[in-house]
Design a protein around this ligand. Structure first.
Ligand code: FAD
Length: 610
């Protein structure tokens, strides 16, 4: 059945339902895309808009139905995130937990990953920000292709997003300059805007960062990060709701009746080959609650595109015979291409933070008082505004670890950090208007003692520890084994300890400004020596969920490289990896902008060669 030709009803109107495949029925398309997540829906939509026949296979469904308002309202974004390994919602998250991490962490943590149309763009914390010029210079030199440098990637960053500048009248106690030339009037469909309310603690965090030598810059999308600024957020300014790859790319394509054929609630279990040429995939139509599942085949006349994310893209490569041959043999898997980098080189950004009581309303106000909580819901429902329209204060600081803390690093760590170019920050400061405590989930962590709390988080954005993705078995029905190996590199441990001391300095500024109470509420004064600090960081650390690099782009002579500069798998025909797993490096900060630009770039390349 070729569904691409089956989209007209008898009265000539396309049926939206004909953009959904029939799981369990074999079918043929030009392009079969595995994963309807951030990268997958972006590339699938662009190819379909260019009149190519495209199927996209997604294990999840529609998050708007499967997770109610919790995936849609900005203020609820931390639900089902945080470190508790059993805190997940199985209809929209894979329920992956890490291996028990080495000391000082000594725990396994839930690693949130979207299992839904939209993928992790439907789970994330909304921050839209771009890499630095020199980090993308490093990307392009690692892959031997300057089309990946900042200037050449900029048109793809621009074309994926529609930018709505901040409403200046909301910033009476603050200021939110944004570089408008970073965006284009004709961009889209992902919406980037600012919340319909300004968070009071954020306005104080802004002053503190400026006082702490992180001057305010004009946004975080022009290739510069050192300093501080309000970040754009993937929130639709028309309704104050999440803008994901599903609500933007897919829905606009469905509305225009030019969309890929979507197989939802369908698991891709293997890539199929004729010799070393990818020809399609084996898929499983979900069987749940005792109903048996049904296997079927989707054939790709031109290419299979793997966009299953940083964990499942390497898993599917390995299950399909692409990886370290001797490792695959231990699972009795055949080997089509010996690429030892598959599942290696996992980059991530760990995060931890300390808390103080503050003199402005934060999420604690709702946690402390059910009436206030109900009022906040009403405000959001009536106006799309108020605290529930905000994720975090939205104001972020970026720096290389300054003196005197830098002198606290060993010479070996200082040397190791030279791997990062001058404009690549080592720390991202993420203030949160809530009590994070041992768990990033602000809904559960608040002490509810009548105080308003805020947390100042440090994320390590120049990490040197590298993790792995391994197979649990030879079946796609078993989740892969994830070991982020956070803090296993000495430099990461040292920079974490020193950044905590810097964190206390920034809190001292907030105390001086009169917004924070002088006592540290978390972790508190008992944490003083480097050893105590590291132990506490291990106990409280979690992640910003930025896993990348596990099917690395690189040159053929790079022993860890899996795909070339066009995202094509080495040694295999008609197979590309288009998602965060193919990043050669994890640029500083939040990756969704780069995933979108990546998809736009490869889509354009395919369309140009059509
Ligand atoms: C809680 C959280 C907060 C974050 N905050 C931010 C932020 O504020 N800003 C930012 O820029 N980034 C943020 N990120 C990271 C960012 O969202 C991800 O890096 C990005 O979305 C990854 O895109 P991707 O296409 O690589 O993978 P995904 O978007 O995860 O897509 C992979 C898709 O493949 C599907 N899939 C996997 N295996 C199969 C299979 N076998 N068969 C069928 N389908 C399959 C999955 O269900 C998923 O839909 C956050 C992530 C999380 C989880």
């Amino acid at each position: 059945i070729d569904f691409a030709f089956n989209q007209q009803s008898p009265n000539g109107q396309p049926l939206v339902s004909s953009f959904f495949g029939v799981p369990g029925t074999n079918a043929t398309f030009d392009y079969v895309i595995i994963g309807g997540g951030t990268g997958g829906l972006a590339i699938a939509t662009r190819l379909a808009q260019a009149n190519l026949s495209v199927a996209v296979v997604e294990a999840g469904g529609f998050y708007e139905q499967d997770n109610s308002n919790l995936s849609v309202v900005p203020g609820y974004a931390t639900y089902f995130t945080g470190s508790d390994y059993d805190n997940f919602q199985p209809l929209i998250d894979w329920g992956i937990s890490t291996t028990v991490q080495a000391a000082p962490i000594n725990r396994r943590l839930h690693y949130a990953r979207g299992k839904t149309l939209g993928g992790s763009s439907a789970r994330n914390y909304f921050l839209y920000q771009r890499p630095t010029i020199q980090s993308l210079e490093q990307w392009s030199s690692l892959v031997g292709d300057d089309s990946w440098n900042f200037a050449n990637l900029l048109p793809y960053f621009k074309q994926s997003v529609d930018f709505t500048p901040p409403n200046a009248t909301l910033y009476a106690n603050s200021s939110n300059p944004q570089n408008l030339s970073s965006f284009t009037p004709n961009g889209g469909p992902v919406q980037v805007s600012f919340s319909r309310a300004v968070d009071p603690f954020g306005t104080w965090a802004r002053l503190a960062f400026i006082n702490a030598s992180m001057p305010q810059i004009d946004g975080l999308s022009s290739g510069r990060l050192l300093g501080s600024a309000y970040a754009g957020l993937t929130i639709d300014p028309n309704n104050g709701q999440r803008s994901s790859s599903e609500s933007s790319f897919l829905q606009s394509a469905l509305n225009a009746h030019k969309a890929p054929i979507v197989y939802k609630n369908t698991l891709a279990s293997k890539i199929l080959f004729n010799g070393t040429t990818a020809t399609g995939i084996s898929a499983i139509a979900a069987g749940t609650f005792g109903t048996p599942s049904v296997n079927f085949t989707l054939t790709a006349r031109k290419e299979v595109i793997l966009s299953a994310g940083a964990f499942q893209s390497p898993q599917l490569l390995m299950l399909s015979g692409i990886g370290n041959c001797s490792y695959l043999a231990t699972f009795k898997l055949p080997c089509l291409a010996n690429l030892p980098g598959v599942g290696q080189n996992m980059w991530d950004h760990p995060i931890f933070g300390s808390a103080h009581a503050v003199n402005v309303n934060t999420a604690s106000a709702g946690a402390n008082n059910a009436t206030v909580a109900r009022q906040l819901v009403q405000t959001y429902l009536n106006t799309g505004g108020g605290p529930l329209s905000i994720f975090g204060p939205g104001y972020y600081g970026w720096e290389k670890l300054p003196e005197p803390y830098r002198s606290g690093l060993s010479n070996a760590s200082k040397k190791a950090l030279e791997a990062f170019p001058p404009d690549w920050p080592e720390i991202e400061w993420l203030p949160v208007s809530a009590y994070n405590g041992y768990n990033l989930n602000k809904q559960t962590a608040d002490p509810r003692d009548g105080n308003n709390y805020a947390t100042l988080n440090a994320a390590l954005v120049a990490p040197l520890s590298r993790g792995t993705v391994k197979l649990a078995s030879a079946s796609a029905l078993d989740l892969p084994i994830i070991d982020p190996a956070w803090l296993t590199h000495q430099a990461d441990r040292e920079i974490a300890v020193q950044s905590f001391k810097r964190q206390r300095e920034i809190w001292a500024i907030l105390v001086k400004l009169g917004v924070a109470h002088p006592e540290e509420a978390f972790p508190g004064p008992s944490v003083q020596t480097d050893e105590e600090i590291l132990t506490w960081i291990g106990e409280s650390l979690t992640t910003v969920y930025h896993a990348a690099g596990t099917a690395k782009m690189g040159l053929r002579n790079d022993s860890l490289a899996v795909v070339d500069h066009d995202a094509k798998v080495f040694g295999i025909h008609n197979l590309r990896v288009v998602d965060a797993s193919a990043f050669p490096i994890l640029p500083p900060g939040h990756p969704q902008s780069t995933v979108y630009a990546f998809s736009e770039k490869i889509a354009q390349q395919i369309i140009d060669k059509k």
